[in-house]
Ligand binder design. Structure first.
Ligand SMILES: Nc1ncnc2c1ncn2[C@@H]1O[C@H](COP(=O)(O)OP(=O)(O)O)[C@@H](O)[C@H]1O
Ligand SMILES: [Mg+2]
Length: 238
């Protein structure tokens, strides 16, 4: 639940073009990072590398688990990092089937799994659609299903790629509830987004990919009228 990922000399090149070179990077335990940068700078690529879905051209990534036990289970530790795709892959089935998929091999009774899934769907406001086929859902609703499916697995690190791109304020607020719950449990989050919003307001650190490298800075929370309107500025005033 509280792993840390570190990376050194992380470089991604496509033929001669250097997408980014990041001398050092670390995430976790229990922190939330806002990853920003213009289109095409490599945000998605970085998240895929951190989740183990893509291999960097050079560089080492480790999960910061150095005990023999962790080394033995290094692979499963890495699988505790979930990448939440911008356009989530949901399979041909009901909303319920899509969410229960992640815990299908867990040993608890069927009844208990069902209540976990219904609880997850309730948190994203979709419990009444549990038995609907996934194809009838809107883009925003699908994003919420994908978030419920990720949340139910209680990942150590959740990498959220443009989660709010197709969401209205209410749906963003639904994701905030699950994201905050993961943070309370000791997980870490990385969130990419074009605009700051209630999700990025959870973050206390910023990664900015710019000029083929990554600039890290703390985010200072600026409390405005109410907690809901909370916004923030980075130490550099960005
Ligand atoms: N397989 C690939 N071959 C060549 N170039 C690629 C490949 N994958 C990604 N890129 C390049 O990397 C750039 C960054 O992609 P991406 O990580 O999706 O950026 P972002 O998420 O910041 O918009 C893309 O604009 C593209 O030019
Ligand atoms: Mg992207």
């Amino acid at each position: 639940m509280t792993i840390k990922i570190t990376a050194q000399q992380l470089e991604m090149r496509f033929k001669e073009r250097v997408l980014f070179h990041i001398p050092e990077l670390s995430i976790g335990p229990n922190e939330a990072v806002y990853l920003k940068g213009a289109n095409g700078v490599g945000k998605t690529t970085l998240l895929k590398i951190l989740s183990g879905l893509q291999k960097p051209t050079t560089g080492d990534i480790n999960c910061g688990q150095n005990g023999w036990y962790q080394r033995l289970f290094q692979r499963s530790a890495f699988s505790d990092v979930i990448y939440l795709h911008q356009s989530p892959y949901l399979f041909d089935g009901t909303v319920y089937q899509n969410v229960v998929y992640g815990i299908r091999f867990q040993s608890q009774p069927q009844q208990e799994k069902r209540s976990q899934v219904i609880n997850a769907l309730r948190m994203v406001g979709l419990e009444t659609l549990a038995d609907e086929h996934i194809s009838v859902l809107s883009g925003g609703e699908k994003q919420r299903v994908a978030m419920a499916r990720a949340w139910i697995l209680k990942p150590s690190i959740l990498l959220m790629d443009e989660p709010s791109a197709s969401l209205d304020q209410e749906s963003i607020q639904r994701l905030v509830v699950l994201a905050q719950d993961l943070l309370n449990r000791g997980s870490s989050l990385v969130i990419t987004s074009h605009q700051t919003n209630a999700l990025t307001a959870l973050c206390s650190k910023q990664w900015w990919i710019k000029d083929t490298t990554l600039i890290e800075s703390p985010l200072l929370k600026v409390v405005t009228k109410s907690k809901r309107d909370q916004s923030y500025a980075s130490a550099e005033g960005n």
